[in-house]
Design a protein around this ligand. Structure first.
Ligand code: NAD
Length: 428
């Protein structure tokens, strides 16, 4: 792997090939799992507010459904590509398998920038996406969810279109719906809390008390804020957070050596997770360059913003004190940096395990919709903790027994489960 800027699907296939070798998978299973089972590419004509028709390109990739219906979000993004959607669909297969929920992997997208679309245009785009796919998705086939730049309102429009086409109620068709309209309590907290359930277990294993640790976090959005909330409840100290500054078009790190005040920071943060730099300085935060979050003298790093953030360059700046990297974001570590983390013996909690709280809670949403009976937030979060903890222990046990890197152990468990599903069904 010569460079750090990789086609995501090639990277996902290389990760798969590596574990397929470790597992000595037969040729037919490899051929089946390294490509999506199905993919749909389509055009969505949308009547714009000015009366013209604009045509958007849409995708849905169903990577594998041997263990259950495909599951995965829909992104609205101007730089969306088929290969990104393919990679994300494959990673969803492994994510659902590693936490042992009865779902496969899928992902969808539309090439568009919702910032440039009115609400009416967004609604027509959502309905158009469903019209193109209504026969190929559904509660028993493929269950979409929100992702980058899509939200609960988009999901509700999509559900409404699906139900209109099929002439009945299908609340389990899509997840991430608004609470009160089939959404689950606890979904907002689920990914961030899930990250910390795994950090808590890693600390137990290393014999370190949370109250003796400190953290630096990249990002101050949904994942990051709830990760900080639960980690502080465990007694840990967060010394730095970073975020993107829309006005300056750059990122900054905000540091308070005695520990950041979560509620104070939330009070000066916009809905995109951008902290107001003037107010932060007034509140006594040091404003440092964007990459400074990785240089902090802390025990734990939680990248929760973007992919490729721990790379060949930034990994050199990491403090020798860091013991755990918990990947809240998808794909935050490049393969080159990953090798460095391995050599340094850092305890990496890989993305598709650490951030699986979101999809696990989406699965709970589907279960509640199917029963038409909704749980309390405590019940949802209690079940989430059980699922995440069990998954973490299975991976860390395997890593210890077979002397594997955590990422490889997680892949071994996920890929073997999916490969067995395919074999048991007689596909390979
Ligand atoms: P978000 O949009 O709520 O927050 C993103 C944060 O990252 C914001 O604070 C933003 O300012 C910051 N950011 C953006 N660019 C940055 C940069 N260059 N440097 C520093 N900070 C930067 O997003 P989120 O939902 O918290 O998701 C974060 C990551 O977690 C993504 O990789 C996402 O795919 C992944 N993830 C999210 C969920 C979920 O349920 N939200 C589930 C699984 C994985």
């Amino acid at each position: 792997m010569a460079n750090d800027s990789f086609n995501p699907f090639e990277m996902a296939q290389q990760q798969f090939d590596h574990v397929a070798d470790v597992l000595e998978l037969d040729e037919s299973t490899r051929n089946l799992l390294r490509e999506p089972l199905r993919e749909y590419h389509f055009s969505i004509p949308v009547r714009m507010d000015d009366g013209t028709v604009q045509v958007f390109r849409g995708f849905r990739v169903q990577h594998n459904d041997a263990r259950g219906p495909c599951k995965g979000g829909i992104r609205f993004h101007p730089q969306e590509t088929a290969d990104t959607v393919r990679a994300l669909a494959m990673w969803m297969t492994w994510k659902c398998a590693v936490v042992d929920i009865p779902l496969g992997g899928g992902k969808g997208g539309v090439i568009c920038d919702p910032h440039n679309l009115s609400l009416g245009e967004q609604e027509r785009l959502c309905r158009g996406w469903v019209r193109q796919l209504a026969r190929n998705v559904g509660p028993l086939a493929d269950v979409p969810a929100p992702d980058v730049m899509t939200n609960a309102q988009h999901m509700l429009w999509m559900l409404d279109e699906y139900e209109t086409i099929h002439g009945n109620k299908y609340p389990g068709f899509i997840t991430g719906k608004p609470v009160g309209m089939g959404g689950s309590l606890g979904r907002t907290e689920a990914t961030g809390f899930g990250v910390i359930y795994t950090v808590r277990e890693a600390l137990k294993e290393l014999g370190i008390r949370p109250e003796d640790t400190s953290v630096s976090v990249q990002g101050f959005g949904n994942v990051s804020q709830y990760a900080i909330q639960l980690y502080e409840q465990l007694g840990g100290k967060v010394v730095a957070v970073s975020c993107w500054d829309q006005g300056d078009q750059t990122s900054y790190t905000y540091r308070k050596k005695d520990g950041v005040d979560l509620e104070e920071l939330r009070g000066i943060t916009d809905r995109f997770g951008g902290i107001d730099k003037t107010k932060a300085e007034t509140c006594g935060y040091e404003r440092l360059p964007g990459d400074a979050w990785i240089e902090q003298d802390v025990d734990i790093l939680i990248p929760s913003a973007l992919e490729n953030q721990i790379n060949a360059e930034t990994v050199k700046k990491m403090s020798r004190r860091v013991k755990i990297v918990a990947e809240g974001a998808n794909g935050p570590t490049t393969p080159e940096a990953d090798r460095v983390l391995k050599e340094r013996g850092i305890y990496v909690i890989p993305d598709f395990l650490a951030n699986a709280g979101g999809v696990t809670c989406s699965y709970f949403e589907q279960v509640q919709c199917n029963m038409n009976y909704f749980w309390s937030k405590d019940e949802v979060l209690g079940k989430l903790d059980q699922k995440m903890t069990a998954a973490f222990i299975a991976v860390s046990d395997l890593a210890r027994r077979k002397k594997l890197f955590m990422r490889d152990a997680a892949y071994v468990i996920a890929i073997s489960r999916v490969a067995s599903g395919c074999k048991d069904r007689g596909w390979v």
